[in-house]
Design a protein around this ligand. Structure first.
Ligand code: ARG
Length: 279
């Protein structure tokens, strides 16, 4: 019998894909020859928001800005730990202006916000995992930014090198199943081949019990999932991974964001988690 998992209520920040499009290609998934269906994208996105709310999570929205077609990928705008916000400095010049409305959203609501000096793409590459922050580098966020993040939050940052351009952000190759609550190590799911040999070894040491995904799961955006500790909001194409998670006592909740895969994004990319200050 798998263990029974306990969910924790989350607060998410999202951005409606009203101006979503593929107007430039900054990762191997994007092609300006494959236009997106905005109506379909809006429907899929609304379904994601509805499913979060139906599971008891709070969803806040930031207003989309015309001319910023990737703004829907709210996860990339910041990483929030204990109510403090470390913003983003995007690698691609096309995305740099996005950090302005997102940082303004947080500041208006009284959050302390630090803007990075080095290239840093928020939760795309910075994944808070309880006792430490897992941090990707190789395509976007730099090691220099990892140092800045550790200095700002005072939480150990574990640098991991990504090696496959299809998995250019850490959140396309790994997600946190549970963050360990009070001091535990928690657990993750990941696709080992997306990482350099040394980084793979680091993950094996930190998470001997991790759920491993296949390339097929990863290409279906199965690792771009959001878990509340019990429910795992996951792409329907990652069936094998969903079965493995169910075998560990998690409850997979399929959410289809296929329209967003044309831009190289999925469920987690569309979801910024606001981790509140501990009371
Ligand atoms: N088109 C966007 C980019 O390449 C997609 C971002 C996806 N976000 C993510 N968290 N992986 O920057």
């Amino acid at each position: 019998m798998p263990e029974s998992r306990v969910p924790r209520r989350r607060r998410f920040l999202v951005c409606e894909p009203r101006h979503f499009a593929v107007q430039y290609a900054i990762n191997p998934w994007m092609s300006t020859d494959r236009p997106v269906d905005v109506i379909r994208a809006l429907d899929q996105w609304e379904a994601l928001v509805d499913v979060y709310r139906a599971h008891g999570h709070t969803v806040d929205r930031v207003e989309p800005v015309p001319g910023l077609p990737d703004m829907v990928f709210a996860a990339n705008c910041a990483v929030v730990v204990e109510g403090r916000v470390f913003g983003s400095l995007f690698h691609a010049p096309e995305r740099r202006p996005e950090s302005v409305p997102f940082e303004a959203w947080f500041k208006t609501r009284g959050f302390e916000v630090q803007h990075p000096e080095a290239v840093c793409e928020g939760e795309g590459d910075l994944v808070p995992a309880g006792r430490w922050i897992l941090a990707g580098t190789g395509f976007r966020t730099t090691r220099e930014a990892h140092r800045e993040v550790q200095e700002y939050f005072g939480v150990p940052v574990v640098s991991l090198t990504l090696v496959d351009p299809y998995f250019y952000h850490l959140d396309t190759a790994l997600f946190v199943l549970d963050d360990g609550g009070d001091g535990g190590a928690g657990n993750i799911a990941y696709y080992p081949e997306a990482f350099s040999p040394g980084s793979r070894e680091v993950l094996e040491r930190l998470y001997p019990d991790a759920v491993l995904a296949t390339r097929e799961d990863a290409m279906a955006f199965g690792l771009n999932s959001v878990s509340d500790g019990r429910h795992v909001f996951i792409a329907p194409g990652a069936g094998a991974l969903a079965d493995r998670l169910a075998g560990r006592g998690y409850v997979p909740v399929p959410v289809d964001l296929s329209e967003f895969q044309k831009a190289g994004g999925g469920i987690k990319c569309c979801t910024q988690e606001i981790r509140e200050a501990r009371s």
